[in-house]
Each structure stands twice: as C-alpha cells, then as structure tokens.
Design a protein around this ligand. Structure first.
Ligand code: C2E
Ligand code: CA
Ligand code: CA
Length: 546
C-alpha cells in the first residue's frame, strides 16, 4: 500500500493503540516531572507532545480531552517541589490547564484547516472542472481498486461524435451544454457515482458485476434516447453518440490497459445502427499498422516515394483545359496502392499532414515549371487539409516555393473544404492566401452544414459541387438544388466546377444549367504527368480543329 502523506497515514493506524500510547506518555511525563523534583522544573512542557499528537489524530475532542487530562495529572496532586513537600498554588495548575486546553484547541483547529485544504486539493485533482463529474484520474484510481479486489465489471464509454460540429456550426456554449445534458441523461439511467467525465466529449460508466451483454443492452437503451433531437437551450440538436465496451477481466489486466482499450473502441468498426463497439484485440493490430504507415510516410517524404496524378478540368464555353487538380498517390509495401482518403486521415490524426501537403506543393510547383518550360501553361489546384491552416507554415512554404520557381501565383489554387473554412479566424487566413495572388476553390460543396452561408461569407473564386449531387442530378429535387447553387454562385461573381461527371447525360444537364467547368472521368481520369501533357496537347488541339 502506498502512503503518500501524514494524513493518509492517519487512516491506517489503530485508535485503541493510540489512546493507550497517549495515556502511557502522559503517565511517563508525570513520572519524569515527579522524579525531577516537581512542577517547578520545565519538564511539564513535555505534556505538549501528547496534546498535539491527540489534536492531530482525534481532532478537537482529542486535543481538548487530552489537554484536560494532562493538566489534571499535573494539577493539585503534583507537588511544586517534591523534596521540600511544597504543593502548587491552585492558580498555577488551573492556568496550566487553561493553556493546555488553548494549545489543544488551536492546534486541532489548525490541523483541521490543513486537512480541509488538502482534501479540496485532492478533490480538484479528481474532478473534471468543466462538468463537475469525476475525471479520468479518479476513474483510474477506482479501476485500480476494483481490479485489486478482483471485482467483475464492465466499462461503457460514450463519445459525442459531432461535438466539434456543434461547437463550430451552432455555438460553443451549446457544445458545452450538450456534454452536461448527456451526463445528466446518463445519471438518469446509471448510478451517478459510477459516471466519469474523462475528456471534453467522452464519458465512461462503470457497471459493477455486469457482463458485456447486459452492458450492451444498457448502452443501446441510452443511445436510443438520441434518435430524436435533444433540446439544448431550446434548440433541437441531433447529437451523434458512439459507445464502446470493455470488460474486466476479459479485455484488460489492469486499469491502464482497460483505460487504453476503452479509448481504442472508438476507432473500431461499429454497426451503423447501433453505434456500439465491444473491444476487440485485433484493433491493436490496426494501431500497429497505422504506426507502421506513419513511419513509412516520413520515409516516403524523404525519399520521394509519393507520386502525383493530375486530373483536368474542362471549361465548357472555351472547351479548353482550364486547370488541373493534383491528387496524391502512394504505392507502399504495407497497403499497396493506398486509398488516399485513408492516408490523409492517418496523417491528420498523427499530426503530420502538413508534411505531406508541403511535399505536394513543392512537387506540383516543380512540375508546373517543367511544363511551362515546355510551353504548356495550366493552373494547378492543390488539396489543403483543414489541419494545414492551423498555422501559417503552409502559406510561408508556398510563398518560398513560388519565389524559387518564379511561377505566377495566379497559376496556383488551393482547394479547401467547408470543414477547413468555417472557423471565423479562417477569413484572415483566406485573405492572406488571396493576397499572395493564389486562387481558392471551395471543395465538396454541399456536403457540409450551412453551405450556402459560407458561400456568401468567404472570399473564394470557385465552388466545386460535390460528386454526390452530380450522381443524382437526374433526380428532380437534386437538379433544382444544383441549378439553384449554380445561379447563386454566379450571382456572387464566382465560377462553378462540377466534380465527378461520368456520363454524357450528366454533362448535358450541367451545360443546360449554365455550369462553367467540368471535372470527371467523362473527360479524363487523373493522369500521370506525361499522360496529362499528352491530354492537354491532344484535347486543346482537337477542340481547336473542330
Ligand atoms: P477530392 O478533392 O474530392 O478529389 C476528387 C476525387 O474524386 C479524387 O479521388 C478523384 O480521383 C475522384 N474522381 C474524380 N472524377 C471522378 C469521377 O468521375 N468518378 C469517380 N468515381 N471519382 C472521380 P482520389 O484521388 O482518390 O482522392 C480522394 C480524396 O483524397 C480527394 O477528394 C481529396 O480530398 C483527398 N486528396 C487527394 N490528394 C490529396 C492531397 O494531396 N492532399 C490532401 N490533403 N488531400 C488529398
Ligand atoms: Ca479536391
Ligand atoms: Ca471534391
């Protein structure tokens, strides 16, 4: 057992032994006072020792009680001078008792005060300041105790998946209240003392003596409460909650392993409808694989193992290639031809996305320079991840690349999704990108919240209508939406690019709607640089020869 302080020590000793120790020490001091000649010698002051110890161990009652007892034993029966048989004046021993009682009272009050401060300090360490519920440190402490007692239990974790979106799209206050609301709803279904607020948007419930199946049913019951919107500050908010389950002793030996594994369940595949994952050991394999990929990413950047393919965008009025989009490709030993969305996600999670983005910027600009020297002029669009814009380093890096290659900045475009541009401070970042002379496209338009509001608010040049809309463009409602979006974009003085156009029919519909530019397999898949050059030469030539 670890004993961290004197106060913890206090919890562990035997009170009977202490009382005996106190009485014996009083008697010993009485004896010392007597054999050293009586109360005229300073040994009476030794009595402060048992008084202070009792004030510490038994608080005020102990302090005052022992002070009285000690004072009395040194009182009327104890001579002032033993050899001369001289007794004490009553005033002398009464005053001594009063002093002893004062010392007993004051020291016990002081000890109580220190104890209270210490308890508050400890409480703060174990409480989540935002929610007032016990935090992850307290959870680990309690788990440790339960594991030591070999109790069987199941942990159920809940995470508000769209917490960031609620913060950004609705309001930070509402985001905060949504966490409190979920905690409040949890305490209606589970025992409050078993609920922990482990992270901003994550909570864990300990279900004692409960197996995985019962925990699953209970989690299901809780999640079903969120099928309908939850009202926060009168606003109907659709909270998306995911749950993970870890059992002791099935899924971990100690508190650290259990805590780590409950976090990992959020990375597991879940049944869409249930949104509950029971811990599987195979996910640690997934983590190992992701780690290997992160290591390989560094190597790919250093040794230029990534490649870029370029997909042309066709202007419908001139029938020319109006620009190209740089799309990353990576063939590696772990995954083969890796899905780029998966790569980007891993790099974003590992915090190394901007290293990849810089690699793409540098190589795309170098390629542009090569083509320019060969007489081919085209604009290149580069995909920028939301995390890239969290600091200025990408902008500075692009500036340097442009300066070194002496490319016209107007030939470079950044493609940003709505996810990247919604934060208010982004307006400044976007302004600085445009001040450099770069163009900006709003990528995947229509897939975020409040897409139309962003259109009006942010400084952009192009809007790329997401492939999902183009896929369903024959559908009347989707058609209306796309037509409306095109008109709005035009009214705002910006241009439209339709993404993922695959058929002649889609192309015709978009043409009739007044769409400006088309990107998609109908014209070309993304191509390696030499093929892209052929495409531009052939395509522009063919159009001219028509
Ligand atoms: P995105 O920016 O929306 O890029 C368009 C994706 O749609 C590309 O997939 C492209 O190959 C595909 N595509 C284009 N036309 C068609 C079509 O007609 N039909 C179909 N079925 N697909 C079409 P890709 O290259 O797999 O890229 C997927 C996503 O990965 C991109 O979506 C982009 O968000 C991201 N990405 C790609 N390269 C980079 C990069 O260098 N940096 C960052 N941050 N993200 C990148
Ligand atoms: Ca894009
Ligand atoms: Ca897109």
């Amino acid at each position: 057992m670890k004993i961290n302080s004197l106060y913890e020590l206090k919890k562990h000793y035997n009170p009977i032994l202490l009382i005996l120790f106190t009485i014996i020490s009083i008697l010993i001091i009485d004896y010392i006072v007597y054999i050293t000649g009586g109360t005229s010698i300073a040994f009476t002051h030794m009595m402060y020792i048992p008084i202070i110890i009792s004030a510490f161990t038994f608080d005020i009652k102990g302090g005052v009680g022992v002070a009285l007892l000690a004072g009395l034993t040194l009182g009327p029966l104890m001579p002032l001078n033993v050899s001369e048989g001289m007794m004490q004046e009553p005033i002398s021993w009464i005053l001594r008792i009063i002093f002893f009682v004062i010392i007993g009272t004051v020291t016990s009050l002081l000890f109580q005060r220190i104890k209270l401060d210490k308890e508050n300090e400890v409480k703060k360490l174990f409480i989540n300041a935002e929610t007032g519920y016990p935090n992850s440190s307290k959870l680990k402490l309690d788990l440790n105790e339960m594991v030591n007692n070999k109790e069987n239990f199941t942990l159920v974790a809940f995470k508000i998946l769209n917490y960031d979106q609620v913060n950004i799209y609705v309001d930070y206050e509402v985001g905060k209240k949504s966490v409190l609301k979920v905690l409040e709803m949890l305490s209606e279904l589970f025992e409050k003392r078993n609920i922990y607020s482990v992270d901003t948007n994550e909570m864990v419930v300990i279900m004692r003596k409960c197996n995985v199946q019962d925990a699953f049913r209970k989690a299901q019951e809780f999640l079903s409460l969120f099928e309908e919107p939850t009202f926060i500050d009168g606003l109907p908010i659709h909270l998306v909650i995911q749950s993970g389950i870890v059992n002791f002793p099935l899924h971990g030996k100690g508190e650290n392993e259990l805590f780590k594994n409950i976090g990992k369940t959020f990375d597991q595949e879940v049944l869409y409808k249930n949104r509950i994952a029971i811990y599987e050991n195979s996910i640690s394999q997934k983590h190992q694989e992701n780690y290997a990929i992160v290591v390989a990413i560094y190597d790919a950047i250093k040794c230029n193992k990534f490649t870029i393919v370029y997909q042309p965008k066709i202007n419908l009025s001139s029938n020319n290639v109006m620009g190209i989009e740089a799309l990353l490709r990576w063939n590696n030993d772990i995954k083969g031809n890796m899905n780029i969305g998966e790569l980007i996600k891993i790099a974003e999670d590992a915090g190394i996305i901007s290293e990849i983005t810089k690699w793409v910027i540098k190589n795309a600009i170098n390629q542009l320079k090569v083509w320019q020297d060969e007489g081919i002029n085209t604009k290149v669009a580069i995909n920028i991840s939301p995390k890239d814009l969290q600091d200025d380093s990408i902008i500075e890096y692009t500036k340097n690349c442009i300066a070194m290659s002496q490319i016209d900045p107007g030939m470079i475009e950044f493609e940003l999704t709505e996810r990247a541009i919604i934060e208010k401070r982004m307006k400044l970042v976007l302004d600085s990108i445009r001040d450099m002379g770069l163009k900006i496209s709003l990528d995947d338009f229509g897939t975020g919240y409040n897409s139309f509001i962003h259109l009006v608010e942010i400084p952009i040049d192009f809007v790329k209508i997401d492939k999902a809309f183009i896929d369903n463009i024959k559908d009347m409602q989707t058609g209306f939406l796309v037509k409306g979006a095109i008109n709005l974009v035009h009214n705002l003085g910006k241009k439209v690019i339709a993404e993922g156009v695959e058929t002649q029919e889609q192309l015709e519909i978009l043409k009739n709607m007044g769409c400006d530019n088309i990107q998609g397999y109908y014209f070309s898949k993304p191509l390696p640089p030499e093929k892209l050059k052929e495409f531009i030469l052939k395509y522009n030539y063919e159009q001219i020869s028509l």
